[in-house]
Design a protein around this ligand. Structure first.
Ligand SMILES: [Zn+2]
Length: 96
């Protein structure tokens, strides 16, 4: 799977969790343009982690490195973005 972050293709790899952190299920390598996501967590956690790492990538690529290093900001924003694309919890279709 590939994701274009600001037009730069990033390879997404699902692999064993070797990120050495309690708070992240993913990791982005800006130099190699690779995003690693833990294969040991649920699909929802993987998708949220992907949002999180993509957001790190976007902030970094637009030159907002200091914002990218603000983990709290990245976490709340990525969570909000992820939730925005989730189906409604009551199962109803969103308005067309
Ligand atoms: Zn992060």
């Amino acid at each position: 799977m590939k994701i274009n972050i600001c037009g730069i293709p990033h390879k997404v790899i699902y692999c064993k969790d070797e990120f050495n952190t309690d708070t992240h299920y993913g990791q982005i390598d800006y130099g190699k343009a690779v995003i690693k996501i833990s294969e040991d967590v649920s699909k929802e956690q993987q998708d949220e982690a992907l949002c999180h790492e993509v957001l790190h990538g976007i902030l970094s690529h637009i030159g907002k490195e200091e914002l990218s290093q603000d983990e709290e900001l990245v976490s709340v924003l990525s969570n909000a973005i992820y939730q925005s694309f989730m189906p409604n919890l009551d199962g109803e279709e969103a308005d067309q």
